[in-house]
Structures are given as structure tokens and as C-alpha cells.
Design a protein around this ligand. Structure first.
Ligand code: HEC
Ligand code: HEC
Ligand code: HEC
Ligand code: HEC
Length: 158
């Protein structure tokens, strides 16, 4: 073969060799098509399964709170906030009441405005939640001075 054909060929071969070498060092040894399982998950790092099995879940869900905070649970379940998990406002409770002994209580307006600041965009169902304009609606006070977070029904306002 002529030189001008061979030279680029060597470059290509060197390129492939380099790729294989780099791949050898950076791809974990247990990556590949694993036995069993569905097709979708066949191509993965086997040790990743174990890592996710050890992943610590942080949330417990409302049923757990029922044991010790029965009143709050009953109250919220009969209110417009029934679909909101307690931990959405109070944070993860996985080892509570051991660690932390109490969960955080955030009484700020921001806590409520996450969901109730009026949004005009109909792209998600977020705009179906009753919204107020935070710069107009009783700006001098925390929301919870008038609305009970565990029972925010407007008809039950004192
Ligand atoms: C095994 C009993 C138990 C369970 C289950 C439990 N808690 Fe508690 N919780 C306590 C105790 C005890 C305290 C500290 C005393 C107190 O304030 O009632 C506390 C305190 C709190 C506080 C702070 C109260 C304050 O006045 O400072 C919040 C908020 C709270 N828990 C929320 C939750 C939520 C949300 C759940 C469910 C995800 C939950 N707890 C599950 C026992 C429990
Ligand atoms: C929308 C946010 C929100 C949700 C959802 C929520 N809380 Fe609260 N929670 C608050 C706020 C704000 C306070 C402080 C109220 C106050 O100081 O008047 C509070 C206070 C508390 C307290 C201490 C005062 C008390 O009432 O005993 C406990 C305990 C508590 N919440 C437990 C719960 C549990 C259990 C759930 C789920 C059934 C829950 N919370 C759901 C926002 C929330
Ligand atoms: C995670 C989202 C979320 C958070 C945070 C939240 N809310 Fe709500 N709230 C809702 C949903 C959903 C409803 C029921 C649908 C509706 O009424 O628009 C609701 C209903 C209400 C209602 C009744 C509106 C009506 O027309 O009947 C009031 C008042 C209210 N919330 C006040 C608060 C206050 C005060 C806080 C803060 C302590 C708060 N919310 C935090 C989602 C939230
Ligand atoms: C001084 C008392 C007071 C404070 C503070 C207050 N509200 Fe209200 N809120 C009311 C009253 C009264 C109504 C019913 C009449 C109305 O719509 O203005 C209401 C209505 C609402 C509604 C229902 C609106 C609708 O269109 O159905 C939501 C949601 C709401 N408030 C959320 C909040 C949030 C979030 C905060 C804090 C950022 C807050 N409120 C602070 C008194 C208050």
C-alpha cells in the first residue's frame, strides 16, 4: 500500500488502541450486561444495585406520625391540606423522635408561599391551588396568625 494510505490508517489504529486502553482503566470491572433481570436494566454496574439497597430513606409518611401526634393527623385529614405530607413542612422524620428529638417548625410566610403565591401559568396543576399575592395579602403578619396549617379551611377561621 502507498504511504498516504498507510499513515492515516496507523493514526486510526493508534486511536482505537488508546480508546481501549482508557476504557480498560475507567470502566468499572463489574459494568456490563448482568445475568437475569429485565432487558432495561441489564447494562449496568452490578455493585450499583447494592449501593441503592443501602441508601437510607429519609421519610416515613403520615401513618407513622399518627402513633404520637394523633390530633394533628386527624385534623389535617379533615382539611384541605389532607393531601400534604406532614414531612413536607416539618422535614424528614426517619429517626425522629430519637434523632432529632423534635422536628423543625417553620412559621415563616415563605413556608406557605411555596404553594400559595399566586401563579398565573396553567402549565402544571400548581395554578389550581388557591393563590394570594404575597405583596398584598396581610403583609404585616405570619400566615399562621390567621390560618391554621393543620386545618386551613377558610370556614373554620377564628
Ligand atoms: C414515637 C412517637 C413519635 C412519632 C412516631 C412522631 N413523633 Fe414527633 N414528637 C415526638 C415527641 C416525644 C416530641 C417532643 C415532645 C413534643 O413536643 O410533643 C415530638 C415533637 C415533634 C415536633 C415539634 C413539636 C414542638 O412543639 O416543638 C414536630 C413538628 C413533630 N414531632 C412532628 C412529627 C411528624 C411530622 C411525625 C411523622 C412523620 C412525627 N412527629 C412522628 C414523638 C413522636
Ligand atoms: C402546611 C405545612 C404543615 C403541614 C402539612 C403540617 N404542619 Fe405541623 N405545623 C406547621 C406549622 C406552621 C406549625 C406551627 C403552628 C403554630 O405555631 O401555630 C406546626 C406545628 C406542629 C406541631 C407543634 C404544635 C402542635 O400543634 O402540637 C406538631 C406536633 C406538628 N405540627 C405536627 C404535624 C403533623 C403530625 C403533621 C401531619 C399530620 C403536620 N404537622 C403537618 C406546619 C405544617
Ligand atoms: C405543599 C403545598 C402547600 C403548602 C406548603 C401549604 N399549602 Fe395550603 N393548600 C395546599 C393545597 C393543595 C390546598 C387545597 C387546594 C386549595 O384549596 O386550593 C391548600 C389549601 C389551603 C387553604 C384553603 C384555601 C381555600 O380556599 O379553602 C388555606 C387558607 C391554606 N392552604 C393556607 C396555607 C398556609 C397558611 C400554609 C403555611 C402554613 C400553607 N397553606 C402551606 C397546598 C399547600
Ligand atoms: C390577618 C389575617 C391573615 C393573614 C396574616 C393571612 N391571611 Fe390568608 N386569608 C385571610 C382571610 C380573612 C381570608 C379570606 C378572605 C380573603 O380571601 O381575603 C384569607 C384567604 C386566603 C386564601 C384563600 C384565597 C382564595 O382565593 O380562596 C389563601 C390561600 C390564603 N389566605 C393564604 C395565606 C397565606 C399563604 C398567608 C401568608 C403569606 C396568609 N394567607 C396570611 C386572612 C389572613
Amino acid at each position: 500500500m502507498k504511504n498516504h494510505v498507510l499513515r492515516p490508517l496507523w493514526v486510526v489504529i493508534a486511536g482505537i488502541a488508546l480508546l481501549l486502553l482508557v476504557r480498560h482503566f475507567i470502566v468499572p470491572s463489574d459494568f456490563g450486561v448482568q445475568e437475569g433481570g429485565s432487558f432495561t436494566y441489564n447494562f449496568h454496574r452490578e455493585s450499583n444495585v447494592e449501593e441503592w439497597e443501602k441508601f437510607k430513606v429519609k421519610y416515613r409518611g403520615m401513618d407513622y406520625c399518627q402513633e404520637c401526634h394523633e390530633e394533628n393527623v386527624e385534623s389535617i385529614l379533615e382539611s384541605p391540606h389532607a393531601i400534604i405530607q406532614c414531612e413536607n413542612c416539618h422535614g424528614p422524620a426517619i429517626d425522629h423522635p430519637d434523632n432529632p428529638e423534635v422536628l423543625a417548625i417553620d412559621t415563616s410566610r415563605d413556608q406557605c408561599l411555596r404553594c400559595h403565591s399566586y401563579l398565573p401559568y396553567p402549565t402544571s396543576q400548581r395554578n389550581e391551588i388557591a393563590g394570594i399575592d404575597p405583596d398584598e395579602h396581610n403583609t404585616d403578619s405570619e400566615c399562621i396568625e390567621c390560618h391554621n396549617p393543620h386545618n386551613p379551611d377558610l370556614e373554620n377561621m377564628e
